[in-house]
Design a protein around this ligand. Structure first.
Ligand code: AMP
Length: 253
């Protein structure tokens, strides 16, 4: 079974994101970029599937500018076999939207005859949490979103999902789309020899046009603003003072 893994290049999760002075978006110039953390988890899970003998070939895909090659190389160093860069100059957190990415992944899943698409539950730049669900709908495949455990048996896959009330386990027929949640696994660090080996692994470059996908944005961002500053807290002397403040100042009890 071939497994396709989607890896997005995003602002590193340690970076303090700044809004541009004209409120048109966030500053990405000279900012450290990394693989979306949930996608690292998806890559790790795919590598484990191959190590366990359930996957035959692992293909990672990134949609974006030329610099996404770096993200693909990281995934290759973690154990993916080959990469595909779908090149577009649209900005990744605004103009390149989940529906367009889902259509691209659909085209690639068909082209590669993938048995499973693994991806992150959400990209930490746009926080959309939409691409996996849209992809499953477009393909007509079952979806296991927010996966915290995954096991494969005879053409079906059991996915334990993190939901509000606890954990839910669903069984999906393959092919299927699975999106990774935080607790699915702990991604490995790429070793130096694997980083060197990854330099020789193939990366194909395609365009959305070549895949027959129209990536024109459907949504327009009107304004991006910093969240309101939180007011400083106060320390109360005792429970009576706390209850008094909740009653008379916050008026919540
Ligand atoms: P989102 O729906 O934007 O929160 O993204 C969910 C997941 O879709 C991400 O964790 C990635 O696995 C995948 N994805 C979204 N955008 C891209 C992209 N430009 N390139 C590759 N994968 C992407």
């Amino acid at each position: 079974m071939k497994v396709l893994v989607a890896v997005k290049r995003v602002i590193d999760y340690n970076v303090n994101v700044r809004v541009k002075s004209d409120n048109s978006g966030v500053e990405t110039a000279n900012v450290k970029m990394s693989m979306n953390p949930f996608d690292e988890i998806a890559v790790e899970e795919a590598v484990r599937l191959k190590e366990g003998g359930s996957a035959s070939e692992l293909i990672c895909v990134s949609v974006g500018g030329q610099s996404c090659q770096e993200t693909i190389r990281t995934a290759l160093a973690m154990g993916m076999d080959r990469g595909i860069l779908v090149k577009t100059e649209l900005t990744p957190d605004d103009e390149l939207q989940p529906l367009a990415v889902a259509k691209i992944l659909k085209a690639l899943a068909g082209k590669e005859d993938a048995g499973m698409v693994l991806m992150g539950k959400q990209a930490i730049d746009d926080d959309s949490n939409q691409t996996g669900q849209m992809l499953a709908a477009l393909l007509g495949w079952p979806q296991g979103t927010f996966a915290s455990k995954l096991s494969l048996e005879d053409g079906a896959i059991e996915v334990t999902r993190e939901i509000d009330g606890g954990l839910e386990t669903v069984s999906l027929d393959l092919p299927a789309v699975v999106t990774a949640d935080l607790r699915l696994n702990e991604p490995r660090y790429a070793s130096l020899p694997n980083i060197m080996k990854a330099k020789k692994k193939p990366i194909d470059t395609l365009t959305p046009d070549e895949l027959g996908v129209d990536v024109t944005p459907r949504l327009k961002t009107l304004k991006v603003e910093e969240p309101a500053k939180r007011e400083a807290g106060v320390i109360v002397a005792d429970v009576a003072e706390l209850v008094g403040k909740l009653k008379n100042e916050a008026k919540v009890i």
